[in-house]
Design a protein around this ligand. Sequence first.
Ligand code: OGA
Ligand code: NI
Length: 638
Amino acid sequence: MMASVAKTVQQLSIDGDEPPLPYIIKENTFGAIDTFPPLAEIPVIDISLFSLLPPSSSAHSPKEAEDELEKLRSALTSWGCFQAIGHGMPIAFLDKVREVTKQFFALPLEEKQKSSRPAGSVEGFGGDSVVSEKQVLDWCDRLSLRVYPEDQRKLYLWPENPKDFREILNEYSINIKSVAIILFTAMAKSLNLEENCFSKEFGERAIMQGRFILYPPCRRPDQVFGLKAHSDRSGVTILLQDKEVEGLQVLKDGKWLRVPVIPHALFVNLGDQMQVAMLENAENMAQSLLHTEMASLAKTAHELSIDGDEPPPRYIVKDSPFGSIDSSLPSAPVPVIDIGLLSSASSNEELEKLKSALSSWGCFQAIGHGISDSHLDKVREVAKQFFERPIEEKKKYSRAATQGEGYGGDLIVSDKQILDWSDRLALKVLPEDERRLDLWPENPDNFREILTEYAVKIKSIIDLLFKSIAKSLNLEDNTFLSQFGDRQVLIARVNFYPRCPRPDQVLGLKPHSDKSGITVLLQDKEVEGLHVLKDHQWFKVSIIPHALVVNVGDQMEIMSNGIIKSPVHRAVTNPNWLRISVAVSNEPEPEKEIGPADGLIDEQRPRLYRSVKDYAAINFECFQNGEIAIETVKIASQ
Ligand code: OGA
Ligand code: NI
């Protein structure tokens, strides 16, 4: 990745750097940046008139409230946004929120980096994730934190400095939540909808995300955006603007307009449905904004299955590049390898077999792994028991809308996305001190113990495989292991595929390659469903009850300079039986850069991939953009 991008925007600004090229906008759908367009006459609405108290206890007449509702309706339909006053928060408190935000960004970089965004996550401190050289970057640094549901707060990412940051954010969140409830009710009323229709939609466990944004001074405000044009994916965004410095613009009827600063007002705008495009542009001075967003959680595949719903259109595979779903496929003759033999000295034959399996199929069935049948059955059993728990209980472990860890279905990034007929529970098992125990099921009561014990055993199998693969390629044993680091990450993912009435039209898991180094999959003991693609043809992977399916992931493909292929695979559903699988995979320490091993690069075989850091984040960003991650790291051949 380009060196210039490694600095935070604040650092670039302090150092007085000209904005580096990746920040400069070239062609823009909305035209050049006009830093001072006409003022937007956005309605100012007194939300105290929508108080949920009975009208008799209000100082205002019903007529006043009626008129304000009408104003709200017109604001929502013509602007999709408004400025809210009468929200009850004293200006001194709003100033305090601005103050702690400013103090946080004023801390030394090392201090702020204690809250750095972890790999593949959107929560934490950082700038844009850089995934492509074409990407135009935003001139801002951000700190993003989940505030609700409360049990999903990642306090380890909440700054400890300034001292009162957490307390102020907590208090602000409580206030914003009650503002949101008042707004939801009033919006519904003003649109003649059932009063609680929005609050119902968002539910008691609605997600609220706080986003603190610092726009440092910028020398080229005409060529650099603070935040590119976008609309919010949330339900409602409530924005506390900088008190002095303007910078927010909204698009109305094809023209950008300036949003004025009203120091005691909150800027409220609707998320995607109302299609309000927003833009904050990087005008000259430091300013900070606080976004608070709410989003809803939809029905899981399991609930759809239990309710006997036909799969909704979003699950139907239309023109898959891989053809229709045919579940009566030939079995893949993937090799069966006794990995117990790999560690012994006389293992050349088995090493050869390993190399050939991974360079042709990218996967194999592993026997001789040393995990007893009864332990494998126990893992399957606790996995099943977890998914049998009531939905309310499982939702306690819900994955945050933009995060990999926890319980839930697909990450939803676009309306066009086709969804998988599966629910998952993903948990980071190692490093041990990064376990999010709040996302680990408490029921069945041996879940944590069984899963940990299993995953740790798989870790030593993965280590053995890393060494054996290196050996089979005539490299020093630790070549790959040392790239991943001492604190490599181990993720366990329990996949639950409910019965599905339309297995010909709906996939359990879309075709993908794993982003990992290696993935070890414990298949269901009775129900098939895993398919692997080889030479443009799908094969099913048959069940060997005591075997583990091993497949390499993209990062091993990269490190092997393409000698080993990360196979494309998918999971199909069936109308009669549910299916459960447990995948355990490894990833490097997020700070480690991995790349093709030197010993595998020569004149005949030039370097095929660039070195990458935080491939999980690249993968996530590609997923959002509909790109295939491994393709974006390939070096174009001359
Ligand atoms: C996965 C995966 C396949 C299966 O979890 O990445 O490919 O059969 N699972 O569940
Ligand atoms: Ni997979």
